[in-house]
Design a protein around this ligand. Structure first.
Ligand SMILES: NC(=O)c1ccc[n+]([C@@H]2O[C@H](COP(=O)([O-])OP(=O)(O)OC[C@H]3O[C@@H](n4cnc5c(N)ncnc54)[C@H](OP(=O)(O)O)[C@@H]3O)[C@@H](O)[C@H]2O)c1
Length: 263
């Protein structure tokens, strides 16, 4: 499929691993100049090395930042605009996922979930969207999660943050649309990242279960019988930031193998 993205510029947060890295890879393969943002320098450098060279050699920048801090978000926006000249695309995918039973969860844990992902995404939009509005061109995708609509007891803080981010994406879309800036969220279900694979392994080992059997059992609990792949999320992101569906904005696109049907 021809997405028409060659020569565009993008910031991808949470790009050092998981879904963010896969999206950065796909954009780079399409010839997009990408600024990768992550918190752990060594992991980010490793990703930059791994991705470099594809996409006709389009430039690939890397910025280490803690996006839970306002000053760091603003620095990332300023540095990325300076390095790339302008920003066409913003992908928010940085988060620290923790599971905790509601009654043992502290205020500090609740606040951290909000600080990194909730405020992190909102602040990135606030820092980059005015620049897009001024240029009258921009596309933003927030990677959220199906817990926004279907919360679970061991993921209350994350679920609340996700619900707020879907609401934020919808709420701000009308104002951005007037300036030709589109914003959508993509909500993955169980997506087979290294982090998810590790947590399945840990659980299996604790229960003396075979890891492959545990993976299969989890996959069978999804109606399609398989985990969502990172590539699927990246493919949908390419579509959402392309001009193939120019009327798509303020939407939350669920990709979860049918695990959380809703209206
Ligand atoms: N995987 C799933 O099944 C799934 C399902 C639903 C929703 N989601 C959502 O999809 C998004 C991506 O998830 P993922 O599974 O790909 O996550 P992941 O593999 O754990 O990667 C998280 C990324 O966020 C970065 N990050 C974390 N805290 C940061 C901070 N304070 N400042 C800057 N960067 C920070 C990490 O950087 P370093 O590695 O450099 O530290 C890493 O690049 C998240 O919003 C998650 O909630 C995932």
């Amino acid at each position: 499929m021809e997405y028409g993205l060659r020569g565009k510029t993008a910031i991808v947060t949470g790009a050092s691993q998981g879904i963010g890295r896969e999206i950065a890879r796909s954009l780079h393969n399409e010839g997009v100049i990408v600024t990768l943002v992550g918190q752990t320098a060594a992991r980010l450098e490793q990703t930059q090395r791994e991705l470099r060279g594809a996409g006709d050699g389009a430039a690939l920048h890397a910025l280490v930042a803690d996006l839970s801090l306002l000053g760091e978000v603003e620095r990332v926006a300023t540095d990325a605009i300076e390095r790339m000249g302008h920003v066409d695309i913003l992908i928010n995918s940085a988060a620290r996922t923790t599971y905790e039973a509601f009654f043992s969860m502290s205020d500090a844990e609740m606040q951290e979930a909000w600080q990194v992902k909730g405020l992190g995404y909102v602040r990135m939009v606030r820092a980059v969207a005015p620049h897009m509005m001024e240029r009258r061109d921009g596309r933003i995708v927030n990677i959220v999660g199906t817990a926004a609509r279907t919360p679970t007891a061991d993921f209350i803080a994350g679920s609340m943050v996700n619900a707020a981010l879907v609401n934020f994406t919808r709420g701000v879309s009308r104002e951005l649309a007037r300036h030709n800036v589109r914003i959508n969220s993509i909500s993955p279900g169980w997506t087979l990242t290294e982090r998810l694979r590790r947590s399945i392994e840990l659980r299996a080992n604790a229960q003396r279960e075979d890891v492959a059997a545990a993976l299969q059992r989890e996959a069978r609990s999804i109606p399609t019988g398989r985990h969502v792949s990172m590539a699927e999320i990246a493919n949908m992101t390419l579509l959402a930031v392309s001009d193939l569906c120019p009327s798509l904005t303020g939407e939350d696109i669920i990709i979860d193998g049918g695990a959380t049907p809703s209206v």
